[in-house]
Ligand binder design. Structure first.
Ligand SMILES: [Zn+2]
Length: 281
Protein backbone atom coordinates (compact mmCIF):
# COMPACT_ATOMS: atom_id res chain seq x y z
CA UNK A 1 0.00 0.00 0.00
CA UNK A 2 1.63 3.23 -1.09
CA UNK A 3 -1.28 5.66 -1.47
CA UNK A 4 -1.19 8.91 0.45
CA UNK A 5 -3.24 8.70 3.64
CA UNK A 6 -4.75 11.82 5.18
CA UNK A 7 -7.10 11.30 8.15
CA UNK A 8 -8.35 13.67 10.85
CA UNK A 9 -10.28 12.98 14.03
CA UNK A 10 -10.12 12.18 17.70
CA UNK A 11 -7.34 9.83 18.70
CA UNK A 12 -7.93 6.83 20.98
CA UNK A 13 -5.78 4.05 22.37
CA UNK A 14 -4.51 1.68 19.65
CA UNK A 15 -6.50 -1.55 19.39
CA UNK A 16 -4.13 -4.51 19.07
CA UNK A 17 -4.30 -8.24 18.54
CA UNK A 18 -1.88 -10.70 20.12
CA UNK A 19 0.52 -12.46 17.82
CA UNK A 20 4.06 -12.80 16.58
CA UNK A 21 4.09 -9.95 15.87
CA UNK A 22 1.23 -8.09 17.54
CA UNK A 23 -1.06 -6.48 14.98
CA UNK A 24 -1.98 -2.82 15.55
CA UNK A 25 -4.62 -0.40 14.33
CA UNK A 26 -4.52 3.34 14.74
CA UNK A 27 -7.95 4.68 15.62
CA UNK A 28 -8.62 8.23 14.48
CA UNK A 29 -12.29 9.20 14.74
CA UNK A 30 -14.19 6.37 13.04
CA UNK A 31 -11.21 5.32 10.94
CA UNK A 32 -9.16 2.28 11.84
CA UNK A 33 -5.85 2.16 10.01
CA UNK A 34 -3.95 -1.13 9.94
CA UNK A 35 -0.60 0.14 11.17
CA UNK A 36 1.84 -2.75 10.73
CA UNK A 37 1.80 -2.34 6.96
CA UNK A 38 2.67 1.36 7.24
CA UNK A 39 6.02 0.68 8.88
CA UNK A 40 8.82 2.16 6.79
CA UNK A 41 6.74 5.11 5.55
CA UNK A 42 7.21 8.79 6.45
CA UNK A 43 4.35 10.15 8.54
CA UNK A 44 3.23 13.45 10.00
CA UNK A 45 1.06 13.77 13.11
CA UNK A 46 -0.40 17.18 13.78
CA UNK A 47 -2.33 18.09 16.95
CA UNK A 48 -5.12 20.35 15.74
CA UNK A 49 -5.55 22.11 19.10
CA UNK A 50 -8.80 20.50 20.23
CA UNK A 51 -9.27 17.90 22.99
CA UNK A 52 -12.75 16.40 23.49
CA UNK A 53 -13.55 14.31 26.58
CA UNK A 54 -13.96 10.61 25.71
CA UNK A 55 -16.88 10.35 28.15
CA UNK A 56 -19.02 13.48 27.63
CA UNK A 57 -17.59 14.94 24.39
CA UNK A 58 -17.10 18.37 26.01
CA UNK A 59 -14.07 20.22 24.74
CA UNK A 60 -11.35 20.71 27.35
CA UNK A 61 -8.03 22.60 27.43
CA UNK A 62 -6.29 19.76 29.18
CA UNK A 63 -6.82 16.00 29.26
CA UNK A 64 -7.11 14.33 32.67
CA UNK A 65 -6.60 10.60 33.30
CA UNK A 66 -5.81 10.02 29.59
CA UNK A 67 -8.80 11.53 27.85
CA UNK A 68 -11.28 13.04 30.31
CA UNK A 69 -12.39 16.61 31.02
CA UNK A 70 -12.00 17.94 34.56
CA UNK A 71 -15.67 17.49 35.65
CA UNK A 72 -15.62 13.85 34.45
CA UNK A 73 -12.24 13.33 36.10
CA UNK A 74 -13.79 14.43 39.41
CA UNK A 75 -16.99 12.43 38.97
CA UNK A 76 -16.28 9.11 37.26
CA UNK A 77 -15.30 5.94 39.09
CA UNK A 78 -12.85 5.22 36.24
CA UNK A 79 -10.86 8.31 37.30
CA UNK A 80 -10.89 7.68 41.07
CA UNK A 81 -7.59 7.18 42.92
CA UNK A 82 -8.52 3.54 43.67
CA UNK A 83 -8.06 2.77 39.96
CA UNK A 84 -4.35 3.54 40.33
CA UNK A 85 -4.23 1.95 43.82
CA UNK A 86 -6.75 -0.93 43.61
CA UNK A 87 -6.08 -2.03 47.18
CA UNK A 88 -7.88 1.19 48.18
CA UNK A 89 -11.14 0.14 46.50
CA UNK A 90 -13.96 1.47 48.71
CA UNK A 91 -16.94 -0.18 47.06
CA UNK A 92 -17.64 -2.20 50.22
CA UNK A 93 -17.97 1.05 52.19
CA UNK A 94 -20.79 2.18 49.91
CA UNK A 95 -18.77 5.16 48.66
CA UNK A 96 -18.03 4.04 45.11
CA UNK A 97 -18.50 7.02 42.77
CA UNK A 98 -20.56 4.82 40.43
CA UNK A 99 -21.54 1.53 42.10
CA UNK A 100 -22.94 0.09 38.87
CA UNK A 101 -19.68 0.70 37.07
CA UNK A 102 -17.86 -0.78 40.05
CA UNK A 103 -19.96 -3.93 39.81
CA UNK A 104 -18.95 -4.58 36.21
CA UNK A 105 -15.35 -3.33 36.38
CA UNK A 106 -14.10 -4.00 39.91
CA UNK A 107 -16.35 -6.57 41.60
CA UNK A 108 -15.45 -9.15 38.92
CA UNK A 109 -12.66 -11.67 38.33
CA UNK A 110 -9.20 -10.17 38.07
CA UNK A 111 -5.86 -11.69 37.17
CA UNK A 112 -2.60 -11.10 38.99
CA UNK A 113 0.14 -11.76 36.43
CA UNK A 114 3.86 -11.70 35.91
CA UNK A 115 5.18 -10.06 32.79
CA UNK A 116 8.52 -9.39 31.16
CA UNK A 117 8.32 -5.89 29.73
CA UNK A 118 11.68 -4.46 30.80
CA UNK A 119 12.47 -7.26 33.23
CA UNK A 120 10.19 -9.08 35.65
CA UNK A 121 7.14 -7.21 36.91
CA UNK A 122 3.86 -7.98 38.62
CA UNK A 123 0.59 -6.48 37.47
CA UNK A 124 -3.16 -6.89 37.72
CA UNK A 125 -5.96 -6.62 35.23
CA UNK A 126 -9.57 -7.55 34.74
CA UNK A 127 -9.87 -11.09 33.40
CA UNK A 128 -11.30 -9.83 30.11
CA UNK A 129 -8.33 -7.48 29.58
CA UNK A 130 -5.87 -10.34 29.06
CA UNK A 131 -3.83 -10.11 26.82
CA UNK A 132 -4.68 -6.47 25.89
CA UNK A 133 -3.11 -5.15 29.07
CA UNK A 134 0.10 -7.11 28.40
CA UNK A 135 0.37 -5.72 24.88
CA UNK A 136 -0.26 -2.15 26.11
CA UNK A 137 2.72 -2.55 28.44
CA UNK A 138 4.94 -3.89 25.67
CA UNK A 139 5.49 -7.22 27.44
CA UNK A 140 7.47 -9.82 25.44
CA UNK A 141 5.91 -12.54 27.58
CA UNK A 142 3.40 -12.77 30.42
CA UNK A 143 1.81 -15.46 32.55
CA UNK A 144 -1.25 -15.46 34.83
CA UNK A 145 -0.38 -16.16 38.45
CA UNK A 146 -3.65 -15.89 40.42
CA UNK A 147 -7.32 -15.56 39.56
CA UNK A 148 -8.96 -13.41 42.21
CA UNK A 149 -12.56 -12.42 42.84
CA UNK A 150 -12.28 -8.62 42.90
CA UNK A 151 -10.06 -5.73 41.91
CA UNK A 152 -9.35 -4.94 45.54
CA UNK A 153 -8.09 -8.46 46.22
CA UNK A 154 -5.86 -8.23 43.15
CA UNK A 155 -4.52 -4.97 44.57
CA UNK A 156 -3.86 -6.51 47.97
CA UNK A 157 -1.93 -9.39 46.36
CA UNK A 158 0.01 -6.94 44.22
CA UNK A 159 1.05 -4.97 47.31
CA UNK A 160 2.47 -8.19 48.79
CA UNK A 161 4.26 -9.10 45.53
CA UNK A 162 5.80 -5.63 45.24
CA UNK A 163 8.07 -6.48 48.15
CA UNK A 164 9.73 -9.06 45.88
CA UNK A 165 9.35 -7.87 42.28
CA UNK A 166 8.93 -4.58 40.42
CA UNK A 167 5.45 -3.30 39.51
CA UNK A 168 6.60 -0.74 36.95
CA UNK A 169 7.86 -0.98 33.41
CA UNK A 170 11.01 0.94 32.57
CA UNK A 171 9.54 2.16 29.28
CA UNK A 172 12.83 3.44 27.94
CA UNK A 173 14.38 -0.03 28.33
CA UNK A 174 11.16 -1.57 26.93
CA UNK A 175 11.47 0.62 23.80
CA UNK A 176 15.11 -0.27 23.19
CA UNK A 177 14.07 -3.84 22.56
CA UNK A 178 16.93 -5.59 24.33
CA UNK A 179 14.86 -7.33 27.01
CA UNK A 180 16.51 -10.54 28.31
CA UNK A 181 14.37 -13.70 28.28
CA UNK A 182 12.86 -14.93 31.54
CA UNK A 183 11.44 -18.26 32.67
CA UNK A 184 8.08 -16.89 33.81
CA UNK A 185 6.66 -20.26 34.91
CA UNK A 186 9.68 -20.68 37.17
CA UNK A 187 9.37 -17.12 38.48
CA UNK A 188 5.68 -17.75 39.17
CA UNK A 189 6.34 -20.85 41.28
CA UNK A 190 9.09 -19.06 43.19
CA UNK A 191 6.98 -15.99 43.93
CA UNK A 192 3.88 -18.02 44.91
CA UNK A 193 6.09 -19.87 47.35
CA UNK A 194 7.42 -16.65 48.89
CA UNK A 195 3.98 -15.10 49.37
CA UNK A 196 2.28 -18.24 50.80
CA UNK A 197 1.85 -16.78 54.32
CA UNK A 198 0.13 -13.62 53.03
CA UNK A 199 -2.02 -15.62 50.60
CA UNK A 200 -3.13 -17.90 53.43
CA UNK A 201 -4.16 -14.85 55.43
CA UNK A 202 -6.14 -13.38 52.52
CA UNK A 203 -7.85 -16.74 51.96
CA UNK A 204 -8.85 -16.86 55.58
CA UNK A 205 -10.51 -13.45 55.28
CA UNK A 206 -12.07 -13.82 51.83
CA UNK A 207 -12.50 -17.57 51.29
CA UNK A 208 -10.38 -20.13 49.42
CA UNK A 209 -12.30 -19.61 46.19
CA UNK A 210 -11.54 -15.91 46.12
CA UNK A 211 -7.83 -16.54 45.32
CA UNK A 212 -7.02 -19.38 42.96
CA UNK A 213 -3.60 -20.20 41.57
CA UNK A 214 -3.51 -20.00 37.78
CA UNK A 215 -1.95 -22.83 35.80
CA UNK A 216 -1.94 -21.25 32.33
CA UNK A 217 1.24 -21.13 30.27
CA UNK A 218 3.20 -18.01 29.38
CA UNK A 219 2.12 -16.08 26.29
CA UNK A 220 4.95 -14.86 24.08
CA UNK A 221 4.53 -11.63 22.15
CA UNK A 222 6.69 -9.85 19.63
CA UNK A 223 6.28 -6.40 18.15
CA UNK A 224 6.45 -5.04 14.63
CA UNK A 225 9.68 -3.05 14.87
CA UNK A 226 12.14 -2.66 11.98
CA UNK A 227 14.65 -0.42 13.72
CA UNK A 228 15.02 -0.09 17.50
CA UNK A 229 15.89 3.38 18.82
CA UNK A 230 19.40 3.74 20.24
CA UNK A 231 18.43 6.74 22.32
CA UNK A 232 14.78 7.10 23.36
CA UNK A 233 13.66 10.66 22.70
CA UNK A 234 9.97 11.47 23.20
CA UNK A 235 7.73 13.69 21.13
CA UNK A 236 5.36 15.96 23.07
CA UNK A 237 2.34 17.20 21.10
CA UNK A 238 1.55 19.82 23.78
CA UNK A 239 4.90 21.50 23.17
CA UNK A 240 5.46 20.65 19.50
CA UNK A 241 2.10 20.04 17.79
CA UNK A 242 3.58 18.77 14.52
CA UNK A 243 5.68 15.63 14.52
CA UNK A 244 7.42 14.18 11.47
CA UNK A 245 9.40 11.01 10.98
CA UNK A 246 9.63 7.59 9.42
CA UNK A 247 7.52 5.00 11.23
CA UNK A 248 10.01 2.33 12.30
CA UNK A 249 7.92 0.27 14.64
CA UNK A 250 5.16 -0.07 17.23
CA UNK A 251 5.47 -1.42 20.77
CA UNK A 252 3.14 -1.10 23.74
CA UNK A 253 1.14 2.05 22.97
CA UNK A 254 4.16 3.76 21.39
CA UNK A 255 4.90 4.61 17.79
CA UNK A 256 8.63 4.47 17.14
CA UNK A 257 9.74 7.08 14.60
CA UNK A 258 13.31 7.72 13.46
CA UNK A 259 12.97 11.14 15.11
CA UNK A 260 11.65 9.92 18.49
CA UNK A 261 8.82 7.95 20.10
CA UNK A 262 5.25 9.03 20.75
CA UNK A 263 2.94 7.56 23.41
CA UNK A 264 -0.41 7.36 21.63
CA UNK A 265 -2.30 6.58 24.84
CA UNK A 266 -1.15 9.86 26.39
CA UNK A 267 -2.90 11.73 23.57
CA UNK A 268 -6.24 9.94 23.82
CA UNK A 269 -9.02 12.49 23.07
CA UNK A 270 -6.69 14.80 21.11
CA UNK A 271 -7.88 15.76 17.64
CA UNK A 272 -5.11 15.02 15.23
CA UNK A 273 -4.43 14.91 11.53
CA UNK A 274 -2.32 12.02 10.32
CA UNK A 275 -0.62 12.03 6.96
CA UNK A 276 1.24 9.01 5.61
CA UNK A 277 3.46 9.53 2.59
CA UNK A 278 4.82 7.02 0.08
CA UNK A 279 7.95 5.20 1.09
CA UNK A 280 11.06 7.15 0.13
CA UNK A 281 13.17 5.89 -2.82
ZN1 LIG B 1 -16.20 14.84 30.28
Amino acid sequence: MTALIDVSGRLTKMPAEAGLPVSYNLKIGDTRLPLNELIGRPIQIEFEGMIRCIHCDRSTNKSFSQGYCYPCFRKLAACDTCIMSPEKCHYHLGTCREPEWGETHCMVDHVVYLANSSGLKVGITRGTQVPTRWIDQGAVSAIPMLQVATRQLAGLVEVVCKQHVADRTNWRAMLKGDVPELDLAGERSALLCRIQPELAELREQHGDDALREASGEALDLSYPVEVWPEKVKTHNLDKTPTVNGILQGIKGQYLILDTGVINIRKYTAYHIRLQVYPRAG
